[in-house]
Design a protein around this ligand. Sequence first.
Ligand code: FAD
Length: 428
Amino acid sequence: MKVGILGGGITGIAIQHFLRHPSEVLEAETTPGGLCRTFFKDGFGYDIGGHILFSKHEIINQLVEKLLGENINHCKRNNKIYYNGRFVKYPFENGIGALDKHEAYDCLIDYLKNDFAKPTNLKEWCYYTFGKSIAEKYLIPYNDKIWNLSSEQLSLEWVDRIPKPPVDDVVKSAMGIETEGYLHQLFFKYPKIGGMEALVRCLIKQESNVTCNFRVKSIRRMKHEWAVSDGQTTKHYDKIIVAFPIHEAIHCFENIPSTVKSAVENLRYNTINIAMLGVNNESLLDKSAIYIPDRDVVTHRICYMGYFSKQLIKPGTSSLIAEITTNPGDTIHELSNASMIEKVANDLDRINLIQKQDIIVSDITRMKYGYPVYDLNYTKNTKIFKEYFSSIDVTLCGRFAEFDYINSDECLRRAMVLSTHWNESLQT
Ligand SMILES: Cc1cc2nc3c(=O)[nH]c(=O)nc-3n(C[C@H](O)[C@H](O)[C@H](O)COP(=O)(O)OP(=O)(O)OC[C@H]3O[C@@H](n4cnc5c(N)ncnc54)[C@H](O)[C@@H]3O)c2cc1C
């Protein structure tokens, strides 16, 4: 039995790693890795947004340790929120002691005396869970930026990813007593050499069969097999797994019912644009990430790459990456690469997070599929396409194939579960 794994992001590569049946990964780009790739320019390395390795599944933590071996840095988070010209500890509710006393009081009292009704969308959830002040100062403006959509139009499906703070923590933090929130990612791992992509490379074995530069254009069901083509070459498999974005995949199949097509087309996603700026000094080394709710600043988050690994910068220098989510038609989306870099640099200079004249290198990478957006029709639309693909015996796996807001650890876990199931249940 031969399996075609369509898409060579970390999910597709991991499926092949675990699968004991003969398989081939077909990847559209020149290198595998998808969103887990690392780019280098003039000695400065950067990922597609701040990538850190952590998991609530011990089996995945162990797997990552085993794969990376000696090539691993153990790091402690030092994230901040840049709010009104000052650094507030992340998450915001654990840092309100850094605000001026009136603002800290407002945050605390609104958190404690909170009679908002049960929420039906993300905006209401922010008020309901954190109270008016924390919601309005940080959570709502930040979420509006990262999702590129008003939080009123976002559903509650993914909010279990946001831990709710214990009352104790909020009271302590308002009084200036140190607390830590989001404990599940307080400590994380990161490759010493090679950036996030190093993890993908570890998954590729000598005997792995990965074909790059193969952009799947058609997938046809023959009598006993699947024919997969890039328009020039056709390959045949007994079974296929779709591990590339469903918005692309839907156009590769014949006779897709119009309800399924429109369910997929109505699923909203954001493009992620990553601007990297390298500077001629070591000023950008001491923090892992800075969250920026300010609506007048184009980026919602910056990360200092040298904090994760010194191999990503050169001696005496440092760098940051700025994340910007956009959609076609947005003024920012339509900017040229040079103009987008200029905009990021100007904004960060204006709020004193960099000095523009220190910049010695810049680069930009845009990924069309960055974030699946959980709008109010998300559940209805995902159910329609998932049921359909299951009915035609096509397995979907991964962030954009399943259209699920998951991190690489969950991609690894799902790849492992799927492969183990196939290893046990399918005859070779
Ligand atoms: C800004 C940002 C920050 C993140 N931070 C973290 C983090 O801190 N920790 C973490 O663990 N995860 C993080 N993630 C999530 C992580 O990057 C993803 O969950 C993971 O990379 C998804 O892998 P995937 O293989 O499912 O999908 P993708 O990486 O999207 O891979 C899909 C692959 O399919 C290929 N493809 C597309 N079309 C075709 C075609 N027609 N034919 C063949 N191949 C095709 C693509 O080139 C790509 O290689 C972050 C993501 C973003 C955007």
